[in-house]
Write a protein that binds this ligand. Sequence first.
Ligand SMILES: Nc1nc2c(ncn2[C@@H]2O[C@H](COP(=O)(O)OP(=O)(O)OP(=O)(O)O)[C@@H](O)[C@H]2O)c(=O)[nH]1
Ligand SMILES: [Mg+2]
Length: 449
Amino acid sequence: MIFDTIVGIATLRGISALNVVRVSGSDAIVLVNRLFVGKNLETQPTHSVSYGHIVDDGVTIDEVLVSIFREPKSFTAENVVEISTHGGYLIAEKVIESLIKIGCRMAEPGEFTKRAYLNGRIDLTQAESIMDMVNAKTMTQLQIANQGLSGEVRNLINNLQADLLSLIAKIEVNIDYPEYDDAIVMTNEIIIPEASSLIEKIDDVLLKSNTGKVIREGIKTVIIGRPNVGKSSLLNTLLREEKAIVTEISGTTRDLIEGELNLGGIILKLIDTAGIRTTEDIVEKIGIDRAKKAMSEADLVLLVLDQSQKLTDADKELLEITKHKTRIIVGNKNDLGSSVNIEDEKIIRISAKNKTGIDLLESEVKQLFIDENLIGNNETMLSNTRHIGKLKEAKQSLIDAITSAKQNFPVDMVEIDLRKSWESLGEITGDSGTDALISTLFSKFCLGK
Ligand SMILES: Nc1nc2c(ncn2[C@@H]2O[C@H](COP(=O)(O)OP(=O)(O)OP(=O)(O)O)[C@@H](O)[C@H]2O)c(=O)[nH]1
Ligand SMILES: [Mg+2]
């Protein structure tokens, strides 16, 4: 594909040692060469670095190093030039301005990666993994981003598509050449087991993706409880930081207080909340409403009880309203005794004040959300919500196909659902993506990526 030549800054604008201005397109080398005083870039080999100056209208802008990558062996599969300038706010800006003056266009966010995709060098899952690598905060996040970048997710989806395609092909043969005696008579009895076995494979991928998604996105965790049970103390202890105010006065915390914890590679996005009780205080009331809203949006609720006291009605009510959430019941103030027991419920007993039992709580969280074997064995996992959503769509179409088959619909009708499933899989890798999907996806990238 032939596109115009784009320019963007690949580094953060600001005071730093260096910046990189990236240019991509068929005219990249020719255009940069017009501003470059040094060797003739047009005759330089690919993957070479040249020293010189960027000069515009006789005015020297900077002393630079210019790297050349000739198509198709470059990030975008087009001619690419990377100009390493000195850092700061002005220089890279001026270099970009000069390039735009002679015919480059300012790149949109993610446009370099989009070109790599449109030119067929990478698929959508790899492009999205590049963004995940940039955003990674933990080594496990980096691990799954690397899996995606190396094409493991693409291969996994391609394999499912290949199975599906062979089933569709068999049906096609049957429809096109019904008089062929040796063409497999594609009856619904054959479609049903093959589609079922595909669903099993998808289920296996979906099961593993639970861990992948948690690694990629973290766990939104809300600390809930009646006033004074030690919620803020727990937040502080988990964060190893005195983030929230702790006092013996009930109703100390009013607003939501947030912090992040790296729990062995899993990000816990913690939110401490106002103690829930009936109150006439307007500010506290708003705080309690916020607490309830945060709880309804949480992946995990840490319900804190003061186990040195008997359960109160307020505790019982909170136990009831969190019943259907993924929750851990935390019995705090263990140092003062443990008089609370709840039938059929596990209580993780801790002392937020003395920092005991915290390891138990942390391992309980991990046990609830991740399969450590998957991480240890570096198994391929889907982690991106978009991919998981499309895979679920693909599964649903297979279920629909089986339902039609069981009702003895004509096979070409069943085939429609199988094709839909195939298309959903294709949208994961970008084989069958729409323009709108592609534009939305890449607009989330940073400039110069
Ligand atoms: N003995 C003991 N006291 C604790 C423990 N955890 C917290 N406390 C005390 O309990 C009181 C309330 O603690 P906070 O962390 O402010 O409780 P909270 O649940 O955030 O309270 P509100 O913000 O008012 O809802 C403070 O005096 C803490 O020092 C604990 O494990 N043991
Ligand atoms: Mg508090």
